[in-house]
Design a protein around this ligand. Structure first.
Ligand code: NAD
Length: 444
């Protein structure tokens, strides 16, 4: 075995493709593996199949280095790799709030029968605590090399939109291991990252699994906390934006993730907190994290309240009204529309009879596929043409920078619902707009 292990990355979606590309750029030999042959072809020809700033340039660089390629063959993967990273999706099940582990189990079942020498399999996907122990047993059972195949858990904390930086220079690495050998293999795999003094927490498998869901639960709680305060502000005429700013001066609280608005979405936070609550119930400790259901409930209400605000701004009815929806992605700098609050709001307004025209700088193709019933425009101004109300749903910088006068020149009515607290109310009011945001008094 070489001192610097050869890596495979199984599942080349947002997480896996980023991990594979960055590790190859950092000097390791990497083979990406996916069951989606089209995705594999695109990656091999230098196309990143999703939007992530900086990643296309790094893919080109990695392919040119000769250290990176992609395949659909698990046999090839097993022959190539010393450390196999599992990066497949773990979405919410269709029939419950639990995590769907079908893809993970399928990847293990495809890989294991080819593992005929001592290797490390390292899970990166987000999983319910206890999954790693089950997979370790399955690997021992299916792999010809038996207990020579070890499992580690190395949860991933990257943020879409900052995925390259987060992978190259993470806040921390977490290694869940059951032996010094596994720890040292992971250290060797991450050597170029560790060379930058990135802290490593070495722990057991179940703690490593829990770190990820505990972190996401904390972040979701912080967002829903300030949004709960917004609900109280709405009942009293107080201003949650000022409240959040005042809270943020307290270093024990801090300002990050304390922005009120439409709430969280995406392929991680919502399904992770639901799966965590579900898993805790299975373990008999449901009460300990029962608050996560409240966090989820507060978050879901934000979407309904944003719809209410649009309806109120239109005088009580949106039927026949033209709504410009600025944003579709679940957050800026991403084309990810999984559980996107923006599209939820847009689709609800459409069901209520509004004509909704969407514009997003990156997520148009994904949005169009998921919501063919909505209208689509080629720019923010194009979306706003003749609009009765403009709703800002994803806080892209491009939307923050729109001049109120430029938008006023194309709309039918100057009504702005700022679902992300992205604009300065006084500026919009001074330009003649009726400005509304959740948890703030309306300004005209
Ligand atoms: P994704 O849906 O973008 O990618 C999953 C990939 O796995 C797809 O390309 C799919 O074709 C592939 N796949 C499915 N079954 C397979 C199999 N049997 N063998 C090989 N490949 C298979 O998902 P993602 O966003 O990259 O998330 C992957 C995991 O990482 C999830 O557990 C998620 O919770 C976690 N995670 C994601 C992020 C993020 O920001 N996206 C951050 C941290 C952790």
């Amino acid at each position: 075995m070489t001192a610097r292990p050869r890596l495979t990355v199984i599942g080349t979606g947002y997480l896996g493709a980023t991990h594979a590309i960055c590790m190859a750029v950092l000097g390791l030999e990497v083979l990406g593996v996916d069951v989606d042959a089209d995705k594999v072809d695109r990656l091999n020809s230098g196309v990143v199949p999703f939007f992530e700033p900086g990643l296309p340039e790094l893919l080109t660089k990695a392919l040119e280095s000769g250290r990176l390629r992609f395949t659909t063959s698990f046999r090839e993967a097993a022959a190539f790799g010393d450390v196999h990273f599992l990066c497949v999706g773990t979405p919410q099940r269709a029939d419950s709030e639990a995590a769907d582990l079908t893809y993970l189990d399928a990847a293990v079942t495809s890989l294991a029968p080819h593992l005929d020498r001592r290797v490390l399999v390292a899970g990166k996907s987000t999983v319910p605590v206890g999954t790693a122990a089950r997979i370790a047993a399955r690997l021992r059972e299916l792999a010809p090399a038996g207990d020579q195949v070890e499992l580690a858990w190395n949860p991933e904390f990257l943020r879409e939109g900052f995925a390259v930086d987060d992978t190259m220079r993470p806040d921390r690495l977490v290694f869940g291991v059951t032996s010094d050998w596994a720890r040292d293999r992971l250290r060797a795999a991450f050597q170029p990252v560790l060379a930058q003094d990135v802290p490593v927490k070495v722990t057991d498998l179940q703690t490593a699994e829990l770190v990820k869901v505990a972190a996401n639960s904390f972040l979701a709680t912080k967002i829903s906390y300030i949004n709960a305060m917004a609900e109280v502000c709405e009942a009293t005429g107080a201003d949650v934006h000022d409240l959040a700013e005042a809270l943020a001066y307290d270093e024990r609280i801090g300002g990050r993730f304390l922005r009120p608005g439409l709430g969280f979405g995406g392929g991680c936070l919502p399904k992770d907190i639901r799966a965590f609550a579900h898993r805790a119930e299975e373990l008999g400790v449901g009460q300990a994290v029962g608050f996560l259901r409240e966090i989820d409930g507060i978050n879901r209400r934000r979407r309904a309240r944003t719809v209410d605000l649009v309806v109120a701004s239109c005088g009580g009815d949106v039927a026949g009204k033209r709504v410009a929806a600025l944003g579709a992605a679940f957050k800026p700098n991403s084309d990810d529309i999984r559980d996107a609050p923006a599209l939820d709001v847009a689709a609800t307004l459409r069901r209520m009879g509004a004509e909704v025209v969407v514009y997003d700088p990156a997520a148009m193709d994904n949005a169009r596929r998921a919501h063919p019933e909505l209208g689509y425009a080629t720019s923010a101004l194009d979306a706003a043409r003749d609009a009765d109300v403009v709703v800002l749903l994803t806080e892209w910088n491009e939307f923050r920078e729109i001049a109120p006068s430029a938008l006023a020149a194309v709309v039918r009515r100057t009504r702005m619902v700022d679902g992300r607290h992205a604009l300065v109310p006084a500026v919009w009011a001074a330009a003649g707009w009726d400005y509304r945001a959740l948890g703030r008094p309306a300004v005209q």
